[in-house]
Ligand binder design. Sequence first.
Ligand code: ADP
Ligand code: MG
Length: 266
Amino acid sequence: MDKTILRLENLTKAYQKPRTKLFQSKKSFFAVNDVSLEVYKGESLGIVGESGSGKTTIAKMIMDLVHPTSGEIFFENKKFSELDLKGRQEWRRHIQIVFQDPYGSLNPKKTIGWTLQEPLDIHHIGTLKEREEAVLKILEDVGLPGSYIHHLPHELSGGQRQRVAIAAALILKPQILLVDEGVSALDVSIQASILNLLKDLQDLYNLTYIFISHDLNVIQYFCDRVAVLYNGELQEVFQTENFDKEKHCAYTKKLFASVADPLTKI
Ligand SMILES: Nc1ncnc2c1ncn2[C@@H]1O[C@H](COP(=O)(O)OP(=O)(O)O)[C@@H](O)[C@H]1O
Ligand SMILES: [Mg+2]
């Protein structure tokens, strides 16, 4: 558990503030400000913070969807900015993401089978038969029947769609799975089943999770360590099981005071 798989070093993202007046000069602000953080192989690291604290911006920088203003990301000690094209493609394959709204990330006109097979086609993995078998296997692993390959996203429930989104993220066997508010849109009972599924998949696929949520109950249930973000700045990182034993910064105390029983398991 002590091997670092991913490291953020002084990661910063500045954006321009929207102008409120016509001739106002452009001002920038830090969506993410000087964040340094290590992610250990096999752990579930939570990133918690209120809306607008920079969680998704961190996820997008890790996914190479947003370029950092400054700072570096290291994957297994390799600097991302120094990787060649092949290295970048490898990186993208090994880090996948599940967003809050699977409906938005699944193509509404394509069958589940098509969506799950596409990444294997793009990366030329296996024969056609092996790809079809891999799709059926991943459906089974996320608890959906094989017949769902013929279904379209709108024929599925929210929880089932999130299972498909998880399957799509795992089909290329990544090392790291980012889950950005991945259960926030679901009913509590469905949330629990998806969280349990993610825990099972962690063992099955040897996954490292970066689990982003504003929901402290979910974070405490799911994560080994928790990083607290406020206004783009990292406040502290602590072991979940030591929550009661450690001294916390004022913001963390305030955040966790709003949870009725912080250690309640779902
Ligand atoms: N593309 C963008 N352009 C300008 N501001 C942005 C952009 N993306 C995010 N922001 C701003 O950056 C801040 C952090 O956003 P985000 O990372 O989405 O927070 P969170 O995921 O914690 O809710 C917010 O103030 C948001 O409005
Ligand atoms: Mg977000």
